[in-house]
Each structure stands twice: as structure tokens, then as C-alpha cells.
Design a protein around this ligand. Structure first.
Ligand code: UD1
Ligand code: CA
Length: 433
């Protein structure tokens, strides 16, 4: 089947009260992107007709998704009168005969994992898995190897709660099944909601063919609580890191490393334990040492850390960044910055050495200013460069100097120090009784 033959409906209108958050559940992040982003991205590989059902915080959901996607339909659920996953289906109008319905709280889903719903032939295909702890999921009641119905946890009897086969929350329906059964749903249950899952028992009574598809929790896990969010994050991180290790990245203690899905590596890279790498970061042939944080930056042929922080828009090439160095919106090419520095809104050229404790003073309390540092500059320890300032090539800045001149000319030494004094026996006088 091609993308023009399949419609996908994603249910994202719920309150998500178990999340205990002011933020809509589907907007909580997994590996740097909202849960709903991951589901739409997977869906786009399979369909050109994607509808997201919204209600709770609908403006925020639409606004965030429009940052990433431009060809998504949004459909508003009348959640006051028709709450629940069945209520969410009331106003949808899919274009195609084959319709996949996905819960919006399943961030681990992939296009590959959904392929079975497209290949299987049945009136209804539903996803099931067996769990040691089925808590929170709808239980799937199977008799004589036939699915009879789905019972929600809150409606389940004691015996039904023991059932470990659960509804994973993804279905393939034909459009006609949706058109026939959604209007017939009632809210006669513990939560007074219209359950999409009740379509199964109605269809079963009418003799329709219902095919359960056994799926893997690693792709189909639902997120209801913050604990589920972190469990899913661990699974997603494991997938991301495994893929990069298979592509040639060396990772020491990968379970301690966090890498967002938007990060890219090239060539031979090493990422040591405890690193956090986020945003649109590209790392090429570099060693990222323990405990470093890199955000939205480019690092080429360099070593960074341990315990360094590259903030957004840093460009680091052929450079050594040592411990406790923070770089922000700066480009460093062929530079050494070994210890304890802040380099912000700066451009630093080849052969330059940034001594311990050098600080670019880029902010005067109102505005930010640039620091330009040329080639082969020696910046002595504990010097401050008050921006805007240009340090031309071949300059020496003496240790402890505060540069306020706006410019230091090529070849010169800048030195600002108070005269060193000695007061003989001061120590003994000061501490004598
Ligand atoms: C649902 C299933 C349950 C299944 C589980 C799998 C129902 C009634 N139950 O339960 O059998 O085991 O998923 O994860 O379907 N939503 C709306 N509008 C609403 C309510 C929910 O769009 O009025 C959306 C939510 O935003 C969410 C999805 O539907 O993305 C699922 O809702 P949720 O409340 O999480 O359902 P579960 O209780 O997990
Ligand atoms: Ca859920």
C-alpha cells in the first residue's frame, strides 16, 4: 500500500491528568522532542493523510507541531459532550478506506513497527502485548482464541484485572467500521467516557473479523505518568545510542550518556561517560570527555572536556577545550582553551592560547557585544576582555590584565596591574593574639 491509500488519526486531545503537569501530556519531551512529534514523524513515512485530534491546550499543540510539520490536519474534539478516545473519533473524516488510529502518548512508535497493521487483512486489527505488570492498560479478553472485548482498568472485575494481555492502543479499521460504530458508542462506564475500545465488542457481536497483532513494548509503550515518561526515555535513548555505536561512535558507559535524536556524528568520535549532547549538534572526528554538555553546536577534529559546556551556536574546529570552559555563540579554530574560561559572542583564530581564567565580558547589563581575537595571541591567565574589543594577531595579554581599550594592536603587549608591594612581617603582626 502506498502513502495515498492510508489515513492516520492520532488521538491527542486528552487531559493527561495522570501526568500531573500544567503542560499537555503529548507535548512532554522524549529525547528532545514532544511525544506527539515522534508519532507524527513515524506516521509521515506511511501516510499523506494525517489528522491529529486535539482539545486540551489545543493552541499550544497546534503551534508546536506547526514548527515541525506543515501538512497535518487538526480536528477538534467536543470533549465536553463526548469525552474519551471514542469521543475523539466523532468528528474525524479520513480520506482513505484503510485507517490507522494511534494514541498520541506512544512516542516509541516507528514506521517499521506499524507495518504489520498495513500488511494484515481483517476488518479490525488491534495491538496487544503481554505484560508482567499490566497496570493502567485496558485488558484484552480472549475466549476460544478470539478477541471478545477490551475492558478498561477502571471497569475491570478482580478476575479481569489479572489478565496480562493488554491493549497497546493502536488499531487499523476500515473507514466503514469507523462510520458505523463510532456513533453507536455509549458512555455507560466507570469514567463516563466514550471508549474507542468498545468498538471491538460491538464488531465482535456483529461477526466481524478482529485480528490481534502481538507487538513489542519497546515500540508501543504508552505514557500516562512521569514514571512512564522516564521509562520511555530510557528505551528511546537506548535506540539512539545503539544506532550511533553501530554507525561507529565509541561510547564509554552509554547508560550515563544522553543524546537527542537531532544530534549527528561523523567519522571516529568518542563520547565519554556522563555527557549530554542536545539540539542540532554535529560532531566530527572528536573526543567528548566525561561530564561535558554540548547544545546546538558544531565540533570538528577537537577534544572537549572533561566538564566543559558548549552552549548554542558554538563552532569548534581543530581546538582543545579543557575542563570548566564555557563557550557560547563563538567560533574557535585552531585554539587551545585548557581551563576555567568563559568565551561568549567571540571569534578566536588559529594558534591562539586562552589561559586559565580568561573571561570575555560580553554583557554590560543591557546589551551583548563581540570579542574578536586574531591569530597566535597569548591571553594570560585571569585576564578579562571587555567587549566590544578586537585583539589583533600576535598580541600578548599579560596575566591579570583587564582590556578595556576596544582594540589591541598587532604585535603589542597589553598589561594592566597594580604595583606589587611587600609589607615585612605583616603576617606575624596580624595574627599575634
Ligand atoms: C487507552 C485504551 C486502553 C489501552 C491504552 C494503551 C481507551 C478507552 N483505552 O487507555 O485500552 O490499553 O490506551 O496505551 O481507549 N484522548 C483523546 N481524547 C480524550 C481522551 C484521550 O484524544 O477524550 C487521547 C489522549 O490524548 C491519548 C490517547 O487518547 O493520547 C489515549 O488516552 P489515555 O487517556 O492515555 O488512554 P488510556 O487510559 O491509556
Ligand atoms: Ca495512555
Amino acid at each position: 500500500m502506498n502513502k495515498d491509500e492510508i489515513s492516520i488519526i492520532i488521538l491527542a486531545a486528552g487531559k493527561g491528568s495522570r501526568m500531573k503537569s500544567p503542560k499537555a501530556k503529548v507535548l512532554h519531551n522524549i529525547s528532545g522532542k514532544p511525544m506527539l512529534y515522534h508519532i507524527i514523524k513515524a506516521s509521515q513515512e506511511l501516510s499523506n493523510d494525517i489528522t491529529v485530534v486535539i482539545a486540551h491546550q489545543k493552541e499550544a499543540v497546534v503551534e508546536q507541531m506547526q514548527n515541525y510539520f506543515d501538512n497535518i490536519n487538526f480536528c477538534i474534539q467536543d470533549s465536553d459532550n463526548f469525552p474519551g478516545t471514542g469521543g475523539a473519533m466523532k468528528n474525524v473524516s479520513p480520506k482513505n478506506e484503510k485507517v490507522l488510529v494511534l494514541n498520541g502518548d506512544m512516542p516509541l512508535i516507528t514506521a517499521d513497527a506499524l507495518q504489520g497493521f498495513i500488511d494484515t487483512k481483517a476488518d479490525i486489527i488491534m495491538s496487544i502485548f503481554d505484560l508482567e505488570n499490566p497496570d493502567g492498560y485496558g485488558r484484552v479478553i480472549i475466549e476460544n482464541s478470539q478477541v471478545q472485548k477490551i475492558v478498561e482498568q477502571k471497569d475491570a472485575s478482580k478476575a479481569q484485572l489479572q489478565v496480562s494481555t493488554v491493549n497497546a492502543g493502536i488499531y487499523a479499521f476500515s473507514k466503514s467500521v469507523i462510520e458505523k460504530y463510532i456513533p453507536l458508542l455509549s458512555n455507560d462506564n466507570a469514567q463516563k467516557e466514550y471508549y474507542l475500545t468498545d468498538v471491538i465488542s460491538m464488531a465482535k457481536e456483529d461477526g466481524l473479523n478482529i485480528s490481534p497483532l502481538l507487538v513489542d513494548e519497546n515500540s508501543f509503550k504508552g505514557v500516562n505518568s512521569k514514571k512512564d515518561l522516564s521509562d520511555s526515555e530510557i528505551i528511546m535513548q537506548d535506540k539512539i545510542k545503539t544506532a550511533w555505536m553501530n554507525a561507529g561512535v565509541i561510547m564509554q558507559l552509554p547508560s550515563t550518556i544522553y543524546i537527542e535524536e537531532s544530534v549527528t556524528f561523523e567519522g571516529e568520535c568518542i563520547v565519554e561517560n556522563g555527557c549530554r549532547i542536545t539540539g542540532n549538534t554535529l560532531i566530527t572526528n572528536s573526543n567528548i570527555k566525561a561530564g561535558s554538555v554540548i547544545e546546538d553546536s558544531i565540533v570538528k577534529n577537537s577534544d572537549v572536556g572533561p566538564l566543559a559546556h558548549l552552549r548554542p551556536a558554538s563552532y569548534i574546529e581543530d581546538t582543545h577545550i579543557g575542563n570548566f570552559v564555557e563557550v557560547k555563540k563563538s567560533s574557535l579554530k585552531g585554539v587551545k582553551a585548557g581551563h576555567l574560561s568563559y568565551i561568549g559572542d567571540s571569534q578566536v583564530d588559529e594558534g591562539t592560547n586562552i589561559g586559565a581564567g580568561v573571561i570575555t565580558c560580553n554583557y554590560d547589563g543591557k546589551n551583548k557585544y563581540k570579542t574578536i581575537i586574531g591569530k597566535n595571541v597569548f591571553l594570560g591567565s585571569d585576564s578579562q576582555l571587555v567587549a566590544p574589543v578586537t585583539i589583533e594577531d600576535d598580541v600578548m595579554i599579560a596575566a591579570g590584565t583587564t582590556v578595556t581599550s576596544g582594540k589591541v594592536e598587532k604585535g603589542s603587549l597589553a598589561i594592566s596591574r597594580t604595583k606589587l608591594r611587600f609589607i615585612k612581617d605583616f603576617y606575624y603582626k596580624f595574627f599575634s593574639n
